[in-house]
Design a protein. Structure first.
Length: 527
């Protein structure tokens, strides 16, 4: 039986596509390799503690809430408050006024750079204003011209004018953030402190906008997986079918079929690929394609992305501790970016990707004392996320996939994981969370290899293509985002983090909806 649409990938992009297709009455089959949907949006339980295994919170960015509203999903979101800390200093980001606190924090730590910090702060202020324009409306892709007529007539035209005036200013800030900031300071430690928790060569506009984005973070009560569960229920309630544990090993763009690892074959009228893009082109046998145009499209795209790498990954330690949540809330908020030292992680030295064990262990000791940690404490958002009087912590830092793979190949991966857990806990125990080490009830970790295996992504990437790729094999201009879902293959569309750069949850939702719209338009014409 031929299906109107097959969606490959049960992450947020795939779920969004399938939800809106099923809402429109289009027959849809969603295939997910894992045993459950969600990808990097998931929550799991360990002995009464609930942990988020992927993203820690969700930014609205004019996409999340309109999507939830349009589908009528019953989800309670709570405000996700963010704190920033360096050594023994912590500030809470509750409003745009806290930018002054951030400036004062940096000035106190680097008094010799007071003038330079002032100039950098002025640039951040500009970017915050640009962000207000870029994400200051409900994204029109989730609106209906008939149902939301007043919004389209009164809000969108004025926004389009502001946006047209703002885009050229944003474009000037698309250079890598370190390169951009070097116009104002050469202090390596200061540059590290501002940028080391961003991906390599993150565009300046994207990186320096985060003080604004922090104010837009929210959290679904019950854990991030609540959004996934609601979308799965919606799809199935509206006639869509979801096959988990289903890996797609072959795609035939001429016959319009997909084949699973179990040997099942399904015909489609439209295919939305919402999974790792390399897997799509690896699954097409170009030698069997008879049409020259399709063979050429596959060959060219496969050659373009063959040597491209995924963005940075993360190393995460999960802790359950016998400490009351109030201990942590007195120090910082539920989402905390903390750096133990003002020195900056460049002081750890170059990445020892091909080093021997002793060299790598020495580097790790330095790195974990200097890196920036993203700390999430779910129970501070929702009391049901941990047993009474106890706390679960999710502690992450950006980490290199290639180094992790080298360690695995060298045969000391389990020892590496244990060492990383110990060093991360020790650094937090000796700085911001004294006594935490002795209160641990359970401790375990995930690495970039875990991300690769669980989320099935190239290089364990958490937000698509690395900014270091030349060129980045994805649309990276917001005015051209409409092209992000297109492929050169007939009736095959793409969605998710590999389609647009920089990516994230809002891009997954937006491209997922756009791909669904494109399928709906095509089916409408055919009918």
């Amino acid at each position: 039986m031929k299906v109107d649409a097959i969606v490959v990938g049960g992450g947020m992009a795939g779920l969004t596509s399938a939800a809106f297709l099923s809402k429109a009455g289009i027959s849809v089959l969603l295939c997910e390799k894992g045993e459950s949907c969600g990808g990097l949006v998931n929550t799991f339980e360990r002995d009464g503690f609930l942990f988020d295994g992927g993203i820690r919170a969700m930014e609205n960015s004019g996409a999340l809430f309109p999507m939830v509203k349009k589908l009528g999903l019953d989800i309670e979101f709570v405000r996700n408050r963010v704190s920033l800390g360096i050594e023994d200093r912590v500030i809470r980001v509750d409003s745009e006024a806290n930018l002054e606190d951030y400036q004062n924090l940096l000035t106190d730590l680097y008094p010799q750079d007071k003038t330079e910090i002032g100039m950098i702060t002025e640039q951040i202020k500009k970017i915050m204003k640009y962000m207000e324009v870029q994400y200051g409306i409900d994204n029109p892709v989730f609106l209906d011209i008939k149902e939301d007529r007043d919004y389209f007539m009164k809000v969108i035209p004025l926004w389009l004018v502001k946006y047209a005036l703002t885009v050229p200013k944003i474009t000037k800030m698309q250079v890598p953030v370190v390169e951009f900031l070097e116009r104002y300071t050469k202090d390596r430690s200061l540059l590290d402190i501002i940028t080391q928790h961003f991906f390599q060569e993150t565009p300046a506009f994207f990186a320096l906008s985060y003080l604004k984005l922090y104010l837009d973070y929210h959290y679904p009560r019950g854990g991030t997986h609540v959004l996934v569960r609601k979308l799965v229920d919606y799809i199935e309630d509206h006639g869509g079918k979801i096959n988990t544990g289903t890996e797609i090993v072959a795609v035939d763009p001429e016959k319009k079929t997909i084949t699973t690892s179990g040997g099942d074959q399904h015909e489609y009228r439209n295919l939305i690929w919402a999974a790792d893009q390399k897997k799509l082109y690896q699954s097409i046998e170009q030698e069997t394609i008879t049409l020259p145009s399709i063979r050429k499209a596959v060959t060219e795209r496969k050659a373009l992305i063959e040597d491209k790498v995924g963005n940075d990954s993360v190393l995460t330690v999960f802790l359950a501790v016998d400490v009351d949540p109030s201990f942590f809330s007195d120090i910082a908020s539920e989402h905390f970016f903390y750096t133990p030292s003002r020195k900056g992680q460049t002081a750890a030295g170059p990445l020892p990707r091909n080093g021997d064990r002793r060299t790598i262990e020495t580097w790790l000791e330095k790195f974990f004392a200097l890196t920036t940690y993203e700390i999430s404490i779910p129970v501070l958002r929702d009391k049901s996320m941990a047993p009474a009087g106890k706390t679960g912590l999710i502690i992450s830092t950006l980490f290199d996939y290639q180094l992790t793979r080298h360690i695995k190949n060298a045969g000391w991966y389990p020892q590496f994981k244990t060492l990383c857990e110990e060093l991360m806990v020790q650094n937090l125990d000796q700085t911001i969370y004294p006594g935490i080490e002795k209160a641990i009830l359970q401790r375990f970790s995930s690495t970039p290899l875990t991300m690769e295996e669980y989320a099935n992504t190239t290089d364990g990437a958490i937000v698509g293509w690395a900014f270091t790729n030349r060129p980045i094999p994805a649309v990276n201009s917001l005015p051209r985002i409409g092209n992000a879902i297109k492929t050169t293959l007939p009736d095959i569309y793409q969605a998710g983090q590999w389609t647009y750069s920089p990516a994230g949850l809002p891009i997954a939702l937006i491209t997922g909806k756009m791909a669904a719209d494109q399928v709906f338009k095509g089916i409408g014409k055919n009918r």
